[in-house]
Design a protein around this ligand. Sequence first.
Ligand SMILES: Cc1ncc(C[n+]2csc(CCOP(=O)(O)OP(=O)(O)O)c2C)c(N)n1
Length: 670
Amino acid sequence: MPLLDSKTGKVRKDYSLDDLKERANYMRGLNLISLCSARSGHSGGTLSMMDILAPLYLKVAKHDPKNPTWEDRDRIIWSAGHKAPAMYVSLAVCGYCDEMELSKLRMLGAPFQGHPHRKDLPGVEISSGSLGQGLPVAVGTAMAARIDKKDYKVFVITSDGEQQEGSMWEAYMEAGNFKLDNLIVILDRNQLQIDGRTEEVQGLEPFKDKIESFNWNVIEIDGHDIQQVLDAFEKAEKTKGKPTFIIANTIKGKGVSFMEDQVGWHGKPPNREEMLRGLEELGLSKTFDLDKFFKIGSDFQAEIEKKLDAKMPKFSRDFWWNKQDNMKVEMDPTRKGLGRALNEYGDDQRIVCIGADISGSITISDFYKNHPEREDRWISVGVAEQGGTTMAAGLSKEGKIPVFGTYGVFSSARNLDQLRVSVCYNDFNVLIVGAHGGVSVGPDGATHQELEALFQMCGLPNMHVGVPCDSVETKRMVHSMLFEVKGPKYIRFAREATPIVSDESTPFKWGVANVYRFRGEKPDFKDAFEVKLASEYKSENEDLAIISCGPELPEALRAAWMLKTDYNIETRVVNMHTAKPLDKDAIVKAARETGAIITAEEHQVGGIGNPIAGVILSEGFSDGAKAKPFGMIGVKDRFGESGLPWQLVKEFELAAEFIADKARKILRLG
Ligand SMILES: Cc1ncc(C[n+]2csc(CCOP(=O)(O)OP(=O)(O)O)c2C)c(N)n1
């Protein structure tokens, strides 16, 4: 059943096999130019799907772009949300949106986030991007159809790395058990994931037998043969009493020779030259009006920048990073500190590192990269965060020092009960790494921006939580967490390069905050601040204290500089790098000795702000001393968005300008 007019039941256009081949090729071209415009995103796993998506969206599924919420439509659920560009391309060729609009892929405020959000764009059935959830949602949708006696089908797009998630297998069991013959799953079996070949990262074979044993009808096809794709869908629709699973054997990056079967093209967009080469290979060099397409994207980007500039609080001059002749900073991603530490300290035979398919990105693979002799202490679990966490607990029980790491959303939330019971209740010595904390993760969007881990992690008894301010402090903190801090521990860091504001001579003591004081502009930003352990700091009765952690600390330091320059305000900046335990002495002193307090964090507001407020109220002013003005900077109960990292720091009001503006308000400076 093809694309329909839901009012009349008439077919909008009946596509022949040749038409579908032409469309699939065209969709590859549109995909390439959108990714090039976005300058980030997933090329390989989108190109592998086009010979499946063209027939599915244009000929097989029953839907109507003019009536996207038509209740009898077939539901197409994308479990593999990172393939979003391919979804947008499919929706565009069906007419859900204008193809030219795809030039805004992954841009702030556009409806095409790095991972799809159902509230942004008609035709998107569910928000996804956290692997292993779309299929289980689809099982619920198929159950709803059965309850409502509707005959729509539920199609699911999934990928092979995703099969490593345990939640997929619960769903397979349920769908087989409930005989959901209205459920049709299509697996993009391209054999690659981020860390390498699927069979090497965490093998799936014999996959067909496994799924069949769960009472599924399994059909295996060449996913680039559109006739085979059409036949498989037809067989699936005729199958009764069982859900259908189509294993579509594909080639990642299909259609662009230099991307085909290349692991490096997973999360990488083509640059302009690569895009042009790709279009040429596809025979599409003259098909798109590239000038017009890219102009729409760059005009939109310019518009975003203008809006953000207008939104920024104003000061006497532009204090933005590296905008002055002096006060220069070097930038480096905090996550790199993890890799440096594991590389240097990994000879300790107790250390065992567990990777979950994004090992290079979070740098945990630096543990063995230059040390082949350590490979027997490296465990790849694949995309399986719950399994990785419980495995770490088991390793720790036998005296190992396990380090399990992935993006923070998946290492603090996906596995929360595993952390609670198997790690924390047992009080096992496990280091959990949460990379990609904060909105500055950028274009990947909400699903990949961890903004809640401090609530979860600090709420767990026995857990220790560290949030280092830069890559230098990250390395030192990892050392301390490996060898000094005993018990469960979580380290949170960011993705983007952020200012380096410490060095080897900066004091560092687990559980003790550092105090930073601005002493006057210097050629290097870092040298403009004197740093002391909070326990050794003598009060200067400053006007204000800003208590911060992580890469928001450099923003707090910049705010201190701005406030001194424009208002002669003295600020005590406290680096609360251990979010648990909090350095209560440093907080109480700041509350009693300075004129006002601001907490600043690149997290949902209150991650460190709430416990700090609690310490201030219960211990700072419990003797009846007069409370001081208090303010909080953080993300205001909102999911993140796609955008460029520094755009998001502005959009979410986390930049120093917003901290300094908050200070202006609570100190009532004109
Ligand atoms: C729960 C979860 N863990 C980790 C990730 C990060 N991630 C995005 S894509 C990907 C690899 C996916 O590989 P595969 O499923 O084979 O997709 P394909 O190769 O077809 O793109 C990973 C680990 C995620 N999105 N969700």
